[in-house]
Ligand binder design. Structure first.
Ligand code: NAD
Length: 356
């Protein structure tokens, strides 16, 4: 098992170090090689995705990433900004499927801004298409019209095969998540009443659903989905949507659980090779202070064992160790409550290792 470790910027190095500590404690037969990306890549070689980093990622079975970005790079030309490194590596690895679970740990029910009865027991999986849509469609750019006025253009586009392959990921996950006696559910989110791209999205999802009679497919417009996620989030099981809608909805869903510091993510290619990273950013405001929550990154490592290495038992070991550390009262500042044992980033990593 070959793993590329890309800590990135801000809190990236601190949180990734905790996940590495947990993986090492499992004594797996895994080689880990570290390389810079994002602002760190730009500092190292003038490119947010240095060639050597990309090559390492291509040669590895999986990538564990911290986060990229810092406000100090905001004035760089667009192609040199840290976030471009991230978009490029996703594209180069053909990571078209982004899985973002939003799961509320009972111990943290009070951390959500929603009423406990609305969110307790919440367990949603958002499946977001990651390599198409308006983020990549051509033409794009800012140009000057003949009358001297500037115009910005982006293009929303999806072809049938792109929709079908992300739909398949969602249907397959729904089947795996199905509880005995319950029907697997997929809610496809679109804006088919206004956008032709997503009208096609809906048609293809309906065609695909014929292959999955065990899964109940429903459709929802994105504006309603944004509302329903806050009103009654437990109605959802698996949600599948395009790149831009998924970007927004997955962040919204993450806040149902109280802290963005708790939420892992996986991005997969067609062979389940994947890049695993926390859902949050590089949090430059708290970088270097040993106060970041490393659990989203540690849980991302668990997803890596499950989805890329097919090692369900060690994935569960990590997830149960996180639960145990929380049950023992360990909390980083972002999830701290009265009476808890407030700890720093590396101490939380130690608590998870101890609980393994
Ligand atoms: P952010 O997620 O970095 O931070 C938002 C807020 O959440 C901040 O107050 C931060 O302190 C807090 N936070 C985030 N992760 C935390 C953790 N693990 N523990 C405790 N608190 C945590 O988003 P932002 O502030 O909008 O962006 C900061 C930088 O991150 C920007 O440069 C942005 O481009 C970049 N970014 C990167 C990614 C990524 O690498 N995938 C994603 C989003 C944003």
């Amino acid at each position: 098992m070959k793993l590329a470790i890309l800590p990135g910027d801000g809190i990236g190095p601190e949180i990734v170090a905790q996940a590495v500590k947990v993986l090492k404690a499992l004594n797996l037969n895994m080689t880990m090689t570290e390389a810079p990306i994002g602002g760190a890549g730009y500092e190292a070689s003038g490119d947010p995705l240095p060639d050597a980093t990309l090559q390492l990622a291509l040669d590895s079975d999986a990538v564990l990433l911290g986060a990229v970005g810092d406000w100090k790079y905001d004035k760089l030309e667009r192609h040199l900004r840290p976030e471009r490194g991230l978009l490029r590596i996703r594209k180069a690895l053909n990571l078209f499927a982004n899985l973002r679970p939003a799961l509320l740990y009972p111990e943290l029910a009070g951390a959500s801004t929603l009423k406990p009865e609305v969110v307790s027991g919440l367990d949603i999986m958002i499946v977001r298409e990651l390599t198409g849509d308006i983020y990549f469609g051509q033409p794009r750019g800012i140009s000057t019209l003949p009358n001297g006025e500037r115009e910005g253009i982006n293009t929303m586009r999806y072809c049938e095969s792109e929709i079908r392959r992300i739909g398949r990921v969602a249907f397959d996950i729904a089947m795996k998540r199905r509880q005995p006696g319950q029907k697997a559910k997929v809610c496809s989110v679109d804006k088919a009443n206004v956008l032709e791209t997503t009208e096609l999205w809906r048609q293809v999802m309906i065609e695909l659903s014929a292959e999955y009679p065990e899964v109940e497919l429903s459709h929802m417009y994105v504006d309603n989905a944004a509302m329903q996620l806050i009103r009654a989030p437990k109605q959802f099981d698996v949600m599948v949507t395009g790149n831009i809608f998924g970007d927004i909805l997955s962040d919204e869903a993450s806040m149902l659980t109280g802290s963005i510091g708790m939420l892992p993510s996986a991005s997969l290619d067609e062979n389940n090779k994947g890049m695993y990273e926390p859902s949050h950013g590089s949090a430059p405001d708290i970088a270097g202070k040993n106060i970041a929550n490393p659990l989203a990154t540690i849980l991302s490592a668990a997803m890596m064992l499950r989805y890329t290495f097919n090692d369900e038992s060690n994935a569960l070991r990590i997830e149960n160790a996180v639960k145990k550390a929380l049950a023992q009262g360990y909390r980083t500042a972002d999830i701290a409550t009265d009476g808890c044992k407030q700890v720093g980033c590396s101490e939380m990593g130690d608590a998870v290792v101890a609980a393994l």
